[in-house]
Ligand binder design. Sequence first.
Ligand code: KG4
Ligand code: ZN
Length: 335
Amino acid sequence: MLILGIETSCDETSVAVVEDGLSVRSNLVGTQERLHLKYGGVVPEIACRAHLESLLPILDEAMKTAGITLNDLGAVAVTTTPGLIGALLIGVTAAKALAWTLKIPLIAVHHLHAHIFAAKLEHGKAMEFPCLSLVVSGGHTSLFLSSKETRHELLGATLDDAAGEAFDKVGKLLGLGYPGGPAIDSIAREGDPARVPFPRAYLEPGSLDFSFSGLKTAVLYHYQGLVGARCNVPLPRKELADLAASFQEAVVDVLVEKTLLALRKYPVKGVALGGGVASNSRLRKRLSLALEGRHIRPYFPPPALCTDNAAIVAGLAYYKYLEGELASLEVEAAA
Ligand code: KG4
Ligand code: ZN
């Protein structure tokens, strides 16, 4: 069955066609990065306007790439929560209109569950449940115990900033532009991760929650210690690389440690990664090394499936469809 997926929860307008949950026929992503660049973060009003302008052209392109017409679709799926409310509403309204006019089922998808499904899209039937799922994105840092494609029990989440948010704020502070994550990942390759001993917040013993706001402040103070109270003073490249590498190492240490702690509590066979920060090269390397030593399988998606896209929405929707989990036309978007 062909399912159309629509994703507009943040700053990516994406439409995809996926066959039987795992075969991606098209997955078009219109990124708004350029529009938000000068503000150093996503501006909700600008995101909504851009979704509105690009959704239908991207839908057309997704149909053409898949080589199908709207009448070939068996269902339409859309991200309904969580995200920017105005942005979600545009995708949800379009999906409802399509489901209603084409007289096909509507399927509501949770954004974080879709991020976890990226691992399934990549590994297919080789991905075994139960597994742990770590979703690390610009808006979320959450650890789940996943019993199947559609069921995820939340074990812990960030109490303040998301990991990606910390990357973006530190990137902005260091003059690396928006989004900060890829830029930090890249320059950190030249740096010494042990140069600055930034704090790691493990919270109370046994906690599977996260906290990154203290780390962000520690980077700010360290930076001000180097340049004084002025902002946007460029650092020498080596200094910048060491700072980026040390910050990244602190984030990765906590993400890896918490995953290992969860593995001691829940003896699963694999760990899935999802969300934009899942493309971080240091996180992937450190986590795969840690898992290899414990004979736990890494279910890591390729970077293109880590960031927001609609193939993960349409893919997960197929499993919800098989379970009869359909949405009514009254389903609402929720921030
Ligand atoms: O999943 P995503 O596309 O959007 C949300 O749902 O939030 O994630 C975007 C986030 C941004 O914060 C971005 O800086 C971060 O993912 N990111 C990275 C990398 N690539 C993207 N963070 C660290 N290293 C990367 N290579
Ligand atoms: Zn996301």
